[in-house]
Design a protein around this ligand. Sequence first.
Ligand code: PGA
Length: 246
Amino acid sequence: MRKLVAGNWKMHGLGGSLAELQALKRGLGTAACDVLVCPPASLLARAYGVAAGEFPVGGQDCSQHQSGAFTGDVSAAMLKDAGATTVILGHSERRQYHGETDALVADKVKAAWAAGLSVIICVGETDAQHEAGRAHMVCHDQIRGSVPSGASPTNTAIAYEPVWAIGTGKTPTMAEIANMHSHLRHCLVEALGEDTAGVRILYGGSVNPSNAAEILNLFEVDGALVGGASLKASDFLKIIMAIKPF
Ligand code: PGA
């Protein structure tokens, strides 16, 4: 499967930001990877219109419920209806600021699949867990708890995002990234069987135009989840173009 470069706009972007998507569309040309942009929910339908089929768009979270009295929440079917193909789930900012547990993330994944969306499930250790040498165990437990059975390369990708690398400009060494990605693949197959052997494992956390080539061309890395550097088309395109065709 081709590598995937996904942009996570987080809570950034108003109507004027759609110009970045126009620029992205113009620049994509012969990208050697799949591309996805996840704008805030308020821009999703318009982003879908601007993308005009040149690249898919996705959500950043969805409810575990199908519908009902859940003020402020957005269902997976609503994301799909607005044009999304995919939704990011279990991002560390959701886990940290909204108390999302592995069990809740797993329920959200099931809701997304039921609505016909694919998912990007995020895992990653905090700084303290990293310092304590617990990164492998933490990510193992998150994979076990957040990825339901039924995961396959077409409906699921995993994003390894060390929390201490998100928005900080710090990144693990290439050897650390390769090692953790191999570990995650092992955890997936051990927990969910050979069907998950081809699930894409993305790296996320301070990916930028300067480090993209090194990270994205690692054999173990199947793509990137990009936050800050996805907001500007020129930076995001440099990251996308860092992937060498096979
Ligand atoms: P960053 O964010 O690229 O700004 O570090 C990545 C993410 O949180 O998905």
